[in-house]
Design a protein around this ligand. Sequence first.
Ligand SMILES: NC(=O)c1ccc[n+]([C@@H]2O[C@H](COP(=O)([O-])OP(=O)(O)OC[C@H]3O[C@@H](n4cnc5c(N)ncnc54)[C@H](OP(=O)(O)O)[C@@H]3O)[C@@H](O)[C@H]2O)c1
Length: 350
Amino acid sequence: MEMGLIGLGRMGMNMGTRLSQRGHRIVAWNRTRAKLDEAMELGMVIPEGQDADRDYVIEDMVKSMQAPRVVWVMVPAGQPTDDMLDAAAAHMSPGDVLIDGGNSYFKDTQRRSHKYSGQGLHFMDAGTSGGIWGLKVGYCLMVGGPDEGFRIIEPLIRDLAPEPSERYPEGGYKHVGPSGAGHFVKMVHNGIEYGLMQAYAEGFEILRAADKTYNYDFDLHGITRLWNQGSVVRSWLLELAEDAMEHDQNLSGIQDYVEDSGEGRWTVLTSIEEDVPAPIITLSLQARFRSRQAESYGAKVLAALRKEFGGHAVKVAESTESGKSPIENPKAPGTQPSPSVAKTDKPIEG
Ligand SMILES: NC(=O)c1ccc[n+]([C@@H]2O[C@H](COP(=O)([O-])OP(=O)(O)OC[C@H]3O[C@@H](n4cnc5c(N)ncnc54)[C@H](OP(=O)(O)O)[C@@H]3O)[C@@H](O)[C@H]2O)c1
């Protein structure tokens, strides 16, 4: 089959490669032109007569293809996705298929579906999981959108997905519902991923701290290897932890700073809209926020309050704006005993 592919990042480049290896004609386009040379080396094409370094635009890509045209957009969620979908849709015709394979919010997908179906396009959302391993293993694909669009793109989806196996003869893809359903399922998938990763992270931190507390000098990398053999918590994520810890189980080269890209937030927001309790996913997201703080003002407030109401000791900051610690600087807030402490000798718990 023929497919236009916009976005040759970590995902798009490998997906285009996998499809080319399986005999599809992938017409590639990318904002940074230099990546087109790499794409062509990997089996993708640009339209005849176009020069990757010159004025090759999305219109050229779309117009070079046979109807019904299929265009897959694989760029960051939000404005870049809107821009690239609009750029392709402007040159597409009724009956063509436009696919958003990125991690878009399902409500954005519903809005876009309304817009593009009004133009006669089949607008499909393809929640895509597999990361950089998808080239080799295949991508787990959660597809939403109209039946007719799915029928057209199924040969591509089948070849992107993991091969069928004895246990899963249907292959690693599914048409899960109408527009937005694919991104909804992918959103929850990623929310679950947050929780699983957080549980591993906490478990390994507890194991590591046992060194100081109980004198158990655990071989953490060895434990990942052990647990990956037959244990209830074996998993692909744990295999990745095994790889990450192989040469340095202290992970010295990595900062304790964790980004989030939206899916966890949307899962939590959706749980609130549905009145569904999701404490693990919510706290996993909050833990990432905490990881990004060099210091926690909230924790300072907590410490200050305990000191105020109960006279509990605080750890003194190394320096303050005045250059003096709050204890050395009697005018600094929170250094005077609170009235309740002054009246009683004993600290009180609130
Ligand atoms: N990485 C993963 O594990 C993973 C897994 C599943 C889904 N996804 C989703 O897949 C999508 C692509 O992710 P990725 O990991 O491949 O990202 P990436 O490696 O950062 O690549 C981003 C791609 O989008 C293009 N791009 C960025 N901003 C653009 C803009 N304003 N206009 C036009 N093109 C723009 C980039 O072009 P340039 O080359 O010019 O920068 C590049 O081709 C995202 O929605 C992501 O959430 C990622």
